[in-house]
Design a binder for this molecule. Structure first.
Ligand code: SF4
Ligand code: SF4
Length: 63
């Protein structure tokens, strides 16, 4: 388990990660995904939804 981190250079702002995050922890600012770590529970439970859906491989898991 770890927190999802967006590699800004790869993100195209496609919003697919937003569509799968059930706690609305992701927003797009200037066409880049930003994760709200106050909402994301990836560090305490096993959620990799945004990581798995990203077509650019722009989100990785940091332990
Ligand atoms: S799915 Fe990937 S490329 Fe699309 S907005 Fe999210 S982080 Fe960016
Ligand atoms: S790991 Fe899960 S809860 Fe956290 S931002 Fe991604 S989809 Fe949302």
């Amino acid at each position: 388990m770890g927190i999802p981190v967006v590699e800004q250079k790869r993100c195209t702002g496609c919003r697919e990660c937003i569509s799968v995050c059930e706690v609305n922890a992701i927003e797009i600012v200037d066409e880049k995904a930003i994760i709200d770590y106050g909402r994301c529970y990836g560090d305490t439970e096993s959620c990799r939804a945004c990581i798995e859906i990203c077509p650019q491989g722009a989100i990785f898991e940091m332990e």
